[in-house]
Design a protein around this ligand. Structure first.
Ligand code: V47
Length: 372
């Protein structure tokens, strides 16, 4: 899958570059050339924020016009018990820890309803849950909610099924697909750099393994997403190298639906003192759009960058707002409207506020409704 941009479709904007190093990058964009590591680093380093936004916005509008997508979904994390001890992770607990938890399949089913279109399931690498438990989970969801698409298990979890139970990714993915799995989330990628892996996530699937598992999934016709966890101890070079590796795999398989830049949340891990600024977050969205010229959807993930920055992100190259609905039972009890109804209204308003056309989608980006 090569670049998605079709120059003939759009009017080319005049850009008054304040940073002269961006001009040759714009020329490459207009000639549908892949940006290099050096180009990517220049985009992340520049102070000429406006020009970067205009370039990224040009690509996105060319690919999906004014449309911005969202999905009514539910994120479920069945357990936080994890054999790994990644230094950036605030979520994982050891068995017996005060805050550790395990959800039963019935509890998972209770978290869902018929109105959502996608369930996103990611959890800790549990020391003793057998693979059959995950299959049962997918099967039960599929049986009870046949209209909800199941996006479940990161490549890191699929790798763990092999390490723990000697079930290869080919086997586990084919059994899960048979049980009702529709697609895979993009988590677990973190930053592909070996340096970061050694420092922050020893024992977790390496970058090459993550890419191999997505390649296997794509070859089995399982679409997936991809992510980058940025804003901790990684360098700009490491960020861009990661994006280029994703672009290369997409050229080979065309199996990625969307890319999500995940801003590192400091929590109690304190890998750095402050969050990245909205300025950095928007440049990261724009750089992703410019470098990943072959991935159709770029998410502005409001859960991590906040609603205001996410809304501006829709003018910096993003064309998807994700859509996570939390469990809103208390508010729901007090109001007549359904949680899904209110989540939908919130998404539609945020997208309209950014001057774009909201489109409700399913997990595989089939359009459900355009809100004109
Ligand atoms: O893999 C862990 C990241 C990911 C932290 O595929 C952290 O549509 C920030 O992958 N600060 C899980 N991030 C989330 C994820 C995701 C989210 C939304 C949509 C999709 C999709 C995928 O969250 C993990 C890890 O990279 N993470 N700890 C942290 N402290």
């Amino acid at each position: 899958m090569g670049p998605l941009l079709e120059i003939t479709k759009s009017e080319i904007p005049e850009i008054d570059f304040q940073d002269k190093f961006l001009k040759p990058i714009w020329e490459k964009v207009l000639h549908n050339e892949d940006l290099t590591l050096t180009d990517g680093v220049k985009i992340l380093e520049t102070e000429d924020f406006a020009s970067v936004g205009i370039m990224a916005d040009f690509i996105t509008k060319n690919i999906t016009g004014d449309k911005v997508y969202f999905v009514l979904n539910r994120h479920i994390n069945p357990t936080n018990i994890c054999v790994l001890s990644c230094k950036f992770c605030d979520f994982a607990k050891k068995p017996g820890d005060k805050d550790s938890y395990e959800m039963s399949i019935d509890q998972i089913l209770d978290e869902m309803d018929d109105e959502i279109r996608e369930v996103h399931i990611v959890g800790g690498h549990h020391p003793s849950w057998e693979f059959s438990h995950y299959v049962e989970m997918v099967k039960s969801i599929h049986e009870k909610y046949p209209k909800v698409q199941i996006k479940a298990f990161t490549a890191s979890e699929i790798d763990y099924f092999y390490r723990r139970w000697k079930i290869t990714p080919e086997e586990s993915l084919s059994i899960l697909k048979e049980a009702g799995l529709d697609s895979m989330p993009g988590g677990g990628a973190e930053v592909f750099s070996d340096r970061i892996h050694k420092m922050l996530l020893p024992g977790k699937a390496t970058g090459d393994r993550w890419l191999d598992i997505h390649r296997i999934a794509h070859n089995m016709d399982i679409k997936s997403n991809c992510t980058l966890l940025y804003g901790h101890i990684e360098t700009f070079e490491e960020r861009v190298d990661h994006l280029i590796k994703l672009r290369n795999l997409q050229n080979e398989t065309n199996g990625f639906l969307a890319f999500i830049p995940l801003e590192y949340q400091i929590g109690t891990t304190l890998l750095r003192k402050r969050h990245t600024t909205p300025f950095d977050d928007l440049k990261m969205i724009a750089a992703s759009r410019l470098i990943l010229n072959n991935i159709k959807y770029i998410k502005s993930y409001w859960v991590m960058i906040g609603e205001s920055t996410a809304s501006i992100g829709l003018n910096f190259g993003a064309n998807d707002l994700d859509g996570t609905i939390g469990k809103e039972r208390i508010a729901h009890a007090a109001l007549a409207d359904s949680p899904a109804g209110r989540a939908r209204e919130k998404m539609v308003n945020s997208i309209k506020d950014a001057g774009r056309t909201p489109v409700e989608r399913d997990a595989l980006y089939n359009e459900i409704k355009v809100y004109v």
